[in-house]
Design a protein around this ligand. Structure first.
Ligand code: CAA
Length: 378
């Protein structure tokens, strides 16, 4: 347990204030119309929310992972779609920060971290989801470039991203050691945007297919060493999982507040339904589990800030917070009864938005693999 610093408290307040003004009033409409709020995302960049774990010398705000988690919780409370956009933008700075050379940091990390450009992270393929080491997108080495062929799916921020961290196969014989990371720029010849997904939730976030057809990428855009791609991806996902835990927490807190508010106003059998013990216990369970998820998430973020390993802690936080977001959404909707099933009530959107949190950036089952391995070995 630790005390938040005054800077961390300030970041939380700033993000909360922004979310209340710029996100909350429009979230329902954006969800309904599948509108990606490009202008709002730019404003968030100006506020330093897109490079929170990147030091100022590389264009970031240097706020750290704890502040990042606090900010993301506030954003997700108001609009979970915007939260995943922010989470993936921050995630996409991690490979560059940890594996990029000075030229790559200058050219790509700086504008991403400063929020002048938007980033994405492309790993998933139609036949490679939980098992990225089976991916097929190929990067063939030619004279001064790589030729990339294949397609990636479910890519958050894909059609708006200026820079994409791509993991592709450079050696077909070497399994996960045959993967390498590349920096792809929007507009590179042979790179195009494919199908846009229509989703159950997070409908104001951008999720698309990326298509590579003899896409020519200069050799200097290899990120890290050849064969290091799997490690690059796993390192980024460790931080990404703190992001999704934080997004889940924001959703769960919103569910709790909706449940409290509705139960105090809804009257049945002559009194507010909050006076029934069945409702009180649901609220009490939600609040207790939110508190547990909060500290689990901040502990993982704090370890990252301290520079100590946090893979297990990030997976625990992601597992617990995402499962909680779904339980909280289920219970809060139950408290709303029939009204909760209607789009007019915020809980209907929260229920849909919560669903993917136990799936992306590693399913709950993958998180359990990661956690169990820390105790049992591989
Ligand atoms: N950090 C650094 N290196 C790591 C690592 C980590 N967290 N985890 C593993 N590695 C290294 C290992 O040390 C190992 O290196 P060596 O070969 O040198 O020993 C190498 O990577 C291979 O590791 P494993 O043998 O453990 O790999 P595995 O094939 O057994 O897979 C897994 C493990 C945990 C299941 C992993 O495949 C995984 O996390 N899968 C889920 C993928 C995922 O999360 N996809 C999400 C897509 S992105 C997304 O959703 C973004 C979005 O849009 C929101």
């Amino acid at each position: 347990m630790f005390q938040l610093t005054s800077e961390q408290e300030m970041v939380r307040l700033m993000a909360g204030d922004f979310a209340k003004k710029e996100l909350e009033p429009y979230a329902r409409e954006r969800d309904k119309n599948e509108t990606f709020p490009a202008e709002v995302i730019r404003k968030m960049g100006d506020l330093g929310l897109m490079g929170m774990m990147v030091p100022p010398e590389h264009g970031g705000s240097g706020a750290g992972a704890v502040s990042y988690s606090l900010a993301l919780q506030e954003i997700a409370y108001a609009c979970a779609s915007t939260a995943v956009t922010m989470s993936v933008a921050n995630l996409s700075t991690e490979p560059l920060l940890h594996f990029g050379n000075e030229e790559q940091k200058e050219k790509y990390l700086l504008p991403l971290a400063a929020g002048q450009k938007l980033g994405a992270f492309a790993i998933t393929e139609p036949d490679a989801g939980s098992d990225p080491s089976s991916m097929m997108t190929s990067a063939e080495e030619k004279d001064d470039h790589y030729l990339i062929n294949g397609r990636k799916i479910f890519i958050t921020n894909g059609s708006y991203a200026d820079v994409i961290n791509l993991i592709a196969r450079t050696d077909s014989q070497k399994g996960n050691r045959g993967l390498s990371a590349f920096l792809i720029e929007k507009g590179m010849p042979g790179f195009s945007i494919g199908k846009k997904e229509e989703k159950l939730g997070l409908r104001a976030s951008d999720t698309v297919e990326l298509v590579f057809d003899d896409c020519r990428v200069p050799k200097e855009n290899l990120l890290g060493k050849k064969g290091q791609g799997f490690k690059v991806a796993m390192t980024a996902l460790d931080s990404g999982r703190i992001g999704i835990a934080s997004q889940s927490l924001g959703i769960a807190r919103a569910c709790l507040d909706e449940a409290v508010n509705y139960s105090q106003n809804r009257r049945q059998f002559g009194k507010a339904i909050s006076s029934f013990q069945a409702i009180q216990w649901m609220i009490a369970d939600m609040a207790t589990q939110i508190e547990a998820a909060y500290w689990l998430t901040l502990a993982a973020a704090n370890q990252k800030d301290l520079g100590v390993p946090f893979t297990k802690e990030a997976s625990m936080a992601k597992l617990f917070a995402s499962e909680l977001a779904n339980r909280a959404a289920y219970k809060a909707l139950q408290i709303h009864g029939g009204y909760g099933y209607m789009a007019e009530y915020k809980i209907e959107r929260l229920y849909r938005d919560a669903r993917v949190t136990t799936i992306y950036e590693g399913t709950s089952e993958v998180q359990r693999i990661v956690i169990a391995r820390e105790f049992l070995g591989k």
